[in-house]
Design a protein around this ligand. Structure first.
Ligand code: NDP
Length: 299
């Protein structure tokens, strides 16, 4: 069987288009411009690229982008004071503090200082609790993107067997909560799980978020299953030692021979993350103003 390739790049462009249309209507109808503030502390090269891309796509969607770049040695108190100012700023509807933060800063303290209503990364303990209890929350962007792709492909997910490989706070756990919210039967597997292959073979939906290059092979996949590969791993290029290439947590070729559908790496889940950040900012803005939220962009 040749699996359907779920094109996250195209789907993310569609989501960004929906966001931009709604933003234009907010401006025209209410004079409101959603604003996203991004705080970057230090000069981590990957973080700099992420923040730059987030800024570009925020502006392309018609929103205001507020970037705050701080020196790596900035004291924690100064970062907390900036977050407090952003919490109080009515032009800012979403706040994202780029992780990782330098070692001298307590990341949990900073995240939990963000107003939960502006916490567009969905990492604040209040949003974690709301999601865990099935209430309206701001949901972490990567799992939200995975869910959107699954809903788009399957429609109703109710009753499906879902296995989430990985139990991190930013991907695995919220992904499992979202799938539970869709009435899937959810198993969370991790590094202590016995016989991972047997667990994965139960899955109608397999979400892999382990950070282990091409760990999941075709013989772990139930025929016809949908495989969502969250992993982003940089490995040596097989033909050229001076280059690297990106691979997922799944061995795409062998998995695609068995699966019904699979997300590629790159071009699968990756592009959905920023699209969902924009969607969350729009959702936060609509909620702040008591306006109707766009359909299908939030849970
Ligand atoms: P973490 O390292 O925080 O968590 C990895 C999880 O995988 C842990 O729960 C760990 O188990 C489990 N795990 C690790 N090794 C194994 C193994 N051999 N067998 C079974 N389980 C294992 O990673 P993240 O959740 O942050 O990220 C996962 C992947 O997703 C990474 O490749 C990351 O780059 C990518 N990613 C992609 C994003 C995007 O597309 N935009 C965004 C975020 C992440 P245990 O808890 O027992 O240690």
């Amino acid at each position: 069987m040749a699996a359907t390739i779920l094109d996250g790049k195209a789907f993310a462009a569609k989501v960004r288009g929906q966001v931009a249309t709604h933003v234009a209507a907010l401006k025209a109808g209410h004079g409101i411009v959603p604003g996203l503030a991004v705080v970057l502390v230090g000069t981590d090269p990957a973080s700099q690229v992420y923040v730059k891309n987030k800024g570009i796509q925020t502006i392309e969607a018609g929103m205001a982008s507020h970037e705050h770049k701080l020196d790596a040695a900035t004291p924690e108190a100064e970062i907390l004071a900036l977050v407090a100012r952003l919490n109080a700023d009515p032009a800012v509807h979403g706040i994202l503090v780029q992780l990782p933060l330098p070692a001298h800063v307590d990341a949990a303290k900073v995240i939990n200082t963000i107003d939960p209503a502006k916490d567009v990364d969905g990492f604040h303990i209040s949003n974690v609790g709301l999601l865990g209890t099935g209430q309206k929350a701001l949901v972490p962007c990567t799992p939200l993107g995975c869910l959107m792709m699954l809903r788009d492909h399957h429609g109703d997910l109710s009753g499906m067997e879902a296995v989430v490989l990985g139990r991190s706070n930013i991907v695995g756990k919220p992904m499992a909560q979202l799938l539970l919210g869709e009435s899937c039967t959810v198993t969370i597997a991790h590094s202590r799980t016995r016989d991972l292959g047997a667990v994965c073979r139960r899955a109608d939906i397999l979400v892999a978020a382990v950070g282990r290059p091409e760990m999941v092979r075709g013989d772990w996949i139930k025929p016809g299953a949908t495989v969502i590969d969250v992993g982003i791993n940089r490995v040596a290029h097989p033909e050229d030692a001076t280059r690297t290439r990106l691979v997922g947590d799944c061995h795409t070729q062998s998995c695609a021979e068995v699966a019904g559908a699979i997300t590629p790496v790159p071009g699968g889940v990756g592009p959905m993350t920023i699209a969902c950040l924009l969607a969350n900012t729009l959702t936060a803005c609509c909620r702040a103003h008591g306006l109707a939220e766009p359909d299908g962009l939030a849970v």
